[in-house]
Design a protein around this ligand. Structure first.
Ligand code: FAD
Length: 387
């Protein structure tokens, strides 16, 4: 039985893949350039500015992987309502009651999700390695795959690239990408909020780009502000007190007074690997697809990759079998492409203030709010196909 998996990249997606495959009986080695101390992160009071809206599908996967209990005793916030509007609040509201669920998802810090997964590694005998330097060559044949570093060599039956948008493994496997940089950048702002625990996440579309509110565990929240890179760079350089005034002028719907704690600006890119598989190499997560974070789907798609890949590999005689890997690719590439195209439709459709288009958008939002069955379908999709 050939079941040695080598995973490069131990971010949220790579770590989830490692835990899932180890639970299925694979022998897993994970290479990570920046290994973490999971216990220290899970116990730290330090709040991280990078957060993800985790949908119900991802929540169930994290539950199955034993990570959700760690996250519940660290920090997380359930959201029950999701609102989208252009002119005035209330134009389109999704509520968990509409799909008979207690919540729609969770807002959780990325490093907590990663740490909650890493916490499982020792028990599952997942080996973590941090070889010196970058990988220099990749060779593969019917028997297996070999990844070579200056001083180390790793052999496996399957090499899983989970090393993010700039994946080196993808390059070594000679897999090309198609994509572009968006004009807009996005600024994340961590605030400490003087208001009770919030349960609604909302997004307002403005001609410069969307702004969004993500409730974290009391007393924190994350604000997302899309605009031109130069403008956001200038805003992020302001004192926290001056930035607060700019936020008040822009984010009308904030539920209380607040202090700015941290600010970070991210460039936005769309990138899709031309194929997910090259013999015994397979891509997952951002190594395969980087999506506009407009609707907070990036890591949720990555977790769906993990579920689909582990599904086809379960009980396989050879986890590097090309026909199995192609099944994974077929399933995930179409789904990821669809989500990317939907995000682009929103991005390009809403990033302008042309009169008739604006009127049409407002009608569409109001109609969608009243379109019972259709609205429920959209909501189920946003929850990862689960309610
Ligand atoms: C502003 C913003 C907001 C977002 N909000 C959301 C959201 O609300 N919901 C959501 O689902 N998604 C969101 N996303 C997307 C989400 O953050 C990404 O999809 C997710 O982080 C991808 O995880 P990953 O594990 O695939 O890659 P990464 O997070 O990039 O992890 C890659 C890992 O590989 C390691 N690595 C890299 N190169 C090597 C190497 N050569 N050798 C060994 N290790 C290596 C890195 O150290 C890292 O640990 C957002 C993204 C942005 C920019």
């Amino acid at each position: 039985m050939k079941n040695k998996a080598l995973i490069v990249g131990g971010g949220m997606v790579g770590a989830a893949c490692a835990v899932k495959l180890a639970k299925q009986g694979c022998e897993v080695t994970l290479i990570e350039t920046s290994p973490i101390d999971a216990e220290q992160i899970l116990q730290s009071e330090q709040v991280d500015i990078r957060v993800s809206a985790i949908n119900r599908f991802s929540e169930l996967l994290l539950e199955e992987l034993g990570a959700m209990s760690s996250l519940k005793s660290a920090r997380n916030a359930q959201y029950r309502q999701l609102e989208a509007y252009e002119d005035k609040p209330g134009q389109l509201i999704f509520d968990c009651d509409e799909v008979n669920s207690t919540h729609l998802g969770h807002i959780i810090e990325n490093n907590l999700i990663q740490a909650a997964l890493w916490r499982q590694f020792a028990e599952l005998k997942i080996q973590v390695k941090s070889p010196q330097g970058q990988p220099i060559s990749l060779t593969q044949d019917d028997e297996g795959v070999t990844l070579l570093y200056q001083q180390d060599e790793f052999n496996a039956d399957l090499l899983i690239a989970a090393d993010g948008g700039r994946s080196q493994i993808r390059q070594l496997a000679r897999i090309g990408v198609t994509g572009w940089q968006y004009d807009q950048h996005c600024m994340g702002i961590l605030i400490k909020l003087d208001a009770p625990q919030q349960h609604k996440t909302w997004q307002q579309f403005t001609p410069n780009g969307p702004i969004a509110f993500l409730p974290m565990q009391y007393p924190y929240a994350n604000l997302i502000w899309y605009d031109e890179g130069s403008k956001l760079k200038q805003l992020s350089g302001l004192s926290h007190a001056t930035l607060k005034q700019k936020i008040i002028e822009t984010f009308f719907e904030l539920p209380g007074d607040f202090d700015v704690e941290q600010v970070a600006v991210f460039p936005l890119a769309r990138q899709h690997a031309n194929q997910y598989v090259a013999n015994r190499v397979v891509l997952v997560g951002d190594a395969a697809h980087t999506i506009n974070p407009l609707a907070g789907q990036g890591v949720n798609l990555g977790f769906k990759d993990v579920a689909a890949l582990s599904d086809v590999l379960n009980n396989a005689d050879d986890i590097g079998s090309l026909s199995l890997l192609r099944k994974y690719e077929k399933k995930r590439r179409t789904d990821n492409l669809l989500m990317m195209s939907m995000m682009d439709a929103c991005y390009f459709g809403f990033s302008n203030s042309v009169g008739p288009l604006k009127a049409l958008r407002n009608i569409a939002l109001n109609v969608a709010n009243k379109a019972g069955p259709l609205k429920r379908e959209v909501l189920k999709h946003a929850m990862g196909g689960i309610s």
